[in-house]
Design a protein around this ligand. Structure first.
Ligand code: 13P
Length: 254
């Protein structure tokens, strides 16, 4: 199967940025700038701004996603948000296992798996983040790290659930550092992820999975990264907070 058969997804991750007023203002700019696209365009905003963002984008091609989702249906989990709650706002995508959640909030491959399965039960596509840190890259164990994250993060997935999953390869050393992986480095790992999914599920199933690259993707480097055979989109932090830059990235996917 060739790349054009996979859905290209350009997703912004606003992380912990923008209050309610700022969210409205930036989305007004975004909806004006981004009128047509050959790909799915998604903005994952802080949970508290989801309803504001959904309202602000209701007549636009931009979809709103979440940045996390708890595994339990409900219960005594102060501060957490369930997949059912996200679904009730029409949310269809949630970032799961971002490296910042792994680093600062104790996220593990096991909790990534539980959160992703809760997403699937509620018709939400998890965007599962994987990636090595600098030390792991320097030790030349990138593939081992990715293999564990994918195998454990996607444990007990059915083929159908795999089909409704996006993988985001985000090398930790490239996030927010301005240091992008070269297109070749990114392609090598994304191709490896696809090969692994082929072994774990089936080669044909793996061909249908959208694999994004994330880590200092910007208006200048997006085109080259997105032209690689196994890179089907981007997960963009900093550059998704600027309407013109984000629009350029969306345009690069055409
Ligand atoms: P930057 O694009 O700011 O490097 O962030 C990438 C990222 O973490 C997206 O999830």
């Amino acid at each position: 199967m060739d790349k054009s058969k996979r859905q290209v997804v350009i997703a912004g991750n606003w992380k912990m940025n923008k209050n309610a007023e700022e969210t409205k203002a930036l989305l007004a700019e975004m909806t004006t700038a981004i009128k047509d696209a050959d790909c799915k365009v998604l903005l994952c905003v802080p949970a508290i701004n989801i309803s504001t963002a959904v309202e602000a984008t209701k007549d636009s091609i931009i979809e709103i996603g979440a940045q996390n989702c708890h595994w339990a249906a409900n219960g005594a989990y102060t501060g957490e948000i369930s997949a059912d709650m996200l679904k009730s706002f029409g949310i269809k995508y949630a970032i799961i296992g971002h490296s910042e959640r792994r680093q600062y909030f104790g996220e593990t491959d096991k909790t990534v798996n539980m959160r992703a399965l809760a997403c699937h039960e509620n018709g939400i596509t998890p965007i599962i983040c994987v990636g090595e840190n600098l030390e792991e890259r320097e030790k030349d164990i990138t593939k081992d790290v990715i293999k564990t994250q994918i195998t454990e993060g996607l444990a007990n997935f059915t083929k159908q659930q795999l089909h409704n999953t996006i993988i985001a390869y985000e090398p930790v050393w490239a996030i927010g550092t301005g240091k992008t992986a070269t297109a070749q480095q990114a392609e090598e790992v994304c191709a490896y992820i696809r090969e692994l999914l082929g072994e774990l599920f089936c080669p044909m199933c793996a061909q249908k999975v959208t694999i994004q690259y994330g880590g200092s993707m910007n208006a200048a480097n997006a085109k080259e990264l997105l032209s690689m055979p196994n890179i089907d989109g981007g997960l963009i932090g900093g550059a998704s907070l600027k309407a013109t830059d984000f629009n350029t990235i969306v345009e690069s996917a055409k």
